[in-house]
Design a protein around this ligand. Structure first.
Ligand SMILES: [Zn+2]
Ligand SMILES: [Zn+2]
Length: 254
C-alpha cells in the first residue's frame, strides 16, 4: 500500500494545506487538498473519496475536483461516507447554490460524483483495499477509518476528542503499520480543544494508552498552523521516539 500525504493540517496558511491522504493513487481519505497539489492527470486517477465528516477543511476540494474532471467525463468518482454526512454535503455544499449538484450531473445515471453511503463498522472493498468506518467524538458526525490490504493496515482518527470504539477496533488489527491521530491545539488551549472535540498533545498522549500496539509509529496530524510551534515543542517534550509530527508530501509504502 502506498500513502501520499497531500495535506495534513487543521487550517490553511501558505505551505499548510488541509487534510487529504492519497492511497495507491486512486483512493482519497478526505478532500482538503486535491486541486492545489495534484495535476489534472493525477486528479483523473481518483476513483473514491472517503469523507470523515462534512467540515469544510475536509471536503472543500470535492467541488473543484468535480469541476476539473467534468469535461473528461470518463468515469464517476465515488464519494463515500455515512448517510448523514453525505446528506450534509448535498444539502449545504452541492446544493445548486454554493456549487452545482455534481451528484446528478451530467445525468442522474452517470453523474460525476456518485454518493455512496456506508454503514459504520461494516467493511467495504475498494480496488483491493478494505475500509471500515468507525464513529469518533467530534462536534458533528465524524468517522475515523481503518484501511487495510492483504499485507498491512493503518488507522486515520478523523477529527476527534477522547473516543473508545475506534481504539477497540484498532486493538484487533494485525499488521498495523501506522496510527494517524489528530492533535489540533497546544495544551494551553485545552478548553477550546475540549469544546471543539479535538486533542492537545497531553490529551492525545493520554489517548494512546488505550492502544495495545506499543511499537506502531504514531503520526500526529491536523495541527492548526498558527499554533504549530507550541504544539511541536510540547510533543518534543514527551521524548517519545515513536511519535512523529506528520509532514506533507511524505510517502509511506508498506
Ligand atoms: Zn478538521
Ligand atoms: Zn472537524
Amino acid at each position: 500500500m502506498k500513502i501520499r500525504i497531500l495535506g495534513c493540517y487543521g487550517g490553511k496558511l501558505p505551505k499548510y494545506r488541509t487534510c487529504s491522504f492519497l492511497i495507491n493513487d486512486s483512493l482519497l481519505i478526505d478532500a482538503g487538498a486535491i486541486a492545489a497539489v495534484l495535476n489534472l492527470r493525477e486528479q483523473l486517477k481518483i476513483r473514491h473519496i472517503l469523507v470523515s465528516h462534512a467540515h469544510l477543511d475536509h471536503i472543500k476540494d470535492i467541488p473543484f475536483l468535480a469541476d476539473n474532471i467534468f469535461f473528461e467525463n470518463t468515469h464517476s468518482v465515488n464519494v463515500i461516507s455515512t448517510h448523514r454526512i453525505i446528506e450534509q454535503m448535498r444539502k449545504h455544499l452541492l446544493n445548486n447554490l454554493i456549487w452545482p449538484d455534481f451528484t446528478i450531473m451530467p445525468t442522474k445515471k452517470a453523474p460525476i460524483l456518485k454518493a455512496k453511503p456506508i454503514r459504520v463498522g461494516r467493511e467495504i472493498k475498494l480496488d483491493g483495499i478494505t475500509v471500515k468506518a468507525i464513529k469518533v467524538n467530534h462536534t458533528v458526525e465524524t468517522v475515523g477509518y481503518i484501511i487495510r490490504d492483504g499485507k498491512s493496515a493503518f488507522v486515520y482518527s478523523g477529527d476527534t476528542g477522547p473516543t473508545e470504539r475506534l481504539w477497540k477496533e484498532v486493538n484487533k488489527i494485525k499488521n498495523l503499520k501506522a496510527i494517524f491521530i489528530e492533535t489540533s491545539f497546544p495544551d494551553g488551549m485545552s478548553r477550546t480543544a475540549e469544546a471543539s472535540r479535538h486533542f492537545t498533545p497531553v490529551t492525545m498522549k493520554r489517548e494512546l494508552k488505550k492502544i495495545n500496539h506499543s511499537h506502531v509509529p504514531i503520526y500526529v496530524y491536523h495541527l492548526k498552523p498558527q499554533y504549530i510551534k507550541a504544539i511541536q515543542k510540547e510533543i518534543k517534550a514527551f521524548r517519545d521516539p515513536n511519535i512523529t509530527i506528520l509532514a506533507p508530501e511524505t510517502i509511506f509504502k508498506f
